[in-house]
Design a protein around this ligand. Structure first.
Ligand code: PPY
Length: 337
């Protein structure tokens, strides 16, 4: 079958978001055409519609936890994304900056040079006075990862959630009063005109890391995305899979019975999440991510383990069981930067 479609990858934009940074590193241009969307849901829509071969979405952060917008789309409680699955993961070290305009009233003595010591003090000190800042824009994840800094230096200042950190940077730059700031990445500071760096590394922890998923449409001829380089250079393959399901709401031990299937098949769990099922109040849809060992689709043992799991959970039973993909474990790896 001839494929005339351009190789497009959708990501949460605008340019200079963390999603853009990670997408560029894994899907270099001009080989890949990158398509910025306004929301995470748009990424799912574009991939489901077949208008992009892949989509890149943030899934979880080491400091602040699951990105609920992404989990909500994966939950797909209205059966809109029935063809979407995860085929890859990418880890990104995330260091946030406070960007805005330096207060022209601030005396120059208040602007301390930034000490680049090896062990950074947390929360890090602002580079200049922040007394003029009245509002801060950012993605809710970035606010959640920078709580110590905000609490110490910007207590009581209005925090405004927006769709991405790069959108936040654009909004702060557009405020001519100079009283708005954004929490965004260093790349936003250089790509968005008219912003000064007011503070560096405002994240609560130095090891702040976000894991992104690469999604695709099942059944499409899948050209695997380019492999990311490894921190240690090794290419040994452990694979992970993700499933979602509900269990009988009023049966004691129903969730334990499903989890017991993973135990019996020696499938090590790597994450568990839940969201309201929207079937009835306080019933939950569960997401279980687990190690499968070899390459699903190419390794007989891995395929058999997945088949056995599917069979076993049917007898327990798990309801609304959905297989959301398998991919190579990149937890010790980073994208090309
Ligand atoms: O808003 C962005 O830049 C994103 O790509 C989402 C996000 C926000 C905070 C940390 C990592 C990803």
């Amino acid at each position: 079958m001839a494929t005339s479609k351009p190789k497009t990858v959708a990501f949460l934009g605008p340019a200079a978001s963390y999603s853009h940074q990670v997408t560029k590193s894994a899907f270099p241009e001009p080989e890949w055409e990158l398509k910025a969307t306004t929301t995470i849901r748009d990424v799912f829509d574009v991939v489901q519609a077949g208008d992009a071969t892949y989509g890149v979405v943030p899934f979880e952060n080491s400091t602040h936890g699951t990105v609920t917008f992404t989990l909500d789309c994966l939950a797909d409680r209205s059966d809109t994304y029935t063809d979407i699955a995860v085929c890859s993961e990418i880890y990104l070290d995330v260091h946030h900056f406070l960007l805005g305009k330096i207060d022209p009233q601030a005396s120059s003595s208040s602007s301390e040079p930034h000490a680049t010591s090896e062990i950074q003090e947390r929360p890090s000190k602002p580079l200049t006075s922040l007394a003029h800042i009245q509002r801060i824009y950012s993605h809710p994840q970035a606010f959640g990862q920078s709580g110590l800094f905000l609490q110490k230096y910007l207590k009581g200042v209005e925090l405004i959630d927006v769709s991405s950190t790069s959108k936040a940077a654009a909004l702060a730059a557009a405020d001519e009063t100079g009283t708005s700031a954004a929490i965004a990445g260093e790349i936003a500071a250089s790509l968005v005109d008219g912003l000064d760096i007011l503070a560096r590394n405002v994240e609560d922890r130095d090891d702040n890391t976000t894991r992104f998923f690469v999604i695709y449409r099942k059944g499409e001829e899948q050209q695997l995305p380019p492999l990311t380089t490894t921190r240690s250079g090794e290419e040994e393959g452990k694979y992970k899979s993700l499933v979602s399901f509900t269990v009988a709401h009023r049966t004691p031990g129903a969730l334990a019975d499903v989890l017991d299937c993973f135990k019996k098949l020696a499938l090590n769990l790597t994450s568990i999440n839940s969201l309201p099922s929207l079937i009835e109040p306080f019933q939950y849809l569960f997401f279980v991510e687990f190690e499968v060992g070899g390459i699903p689709g190419a390794d007989v043992d891995a395929d058999e383990r997945l088949r056995n799991l599917e069979e076993m959970v049917r007898g327990v039973p798990a309801e609304r069981w959905r297989f959301l993909g398998s991919w190579k474990d990149m937890s010790s790896k980073s994208p090309r930067m």
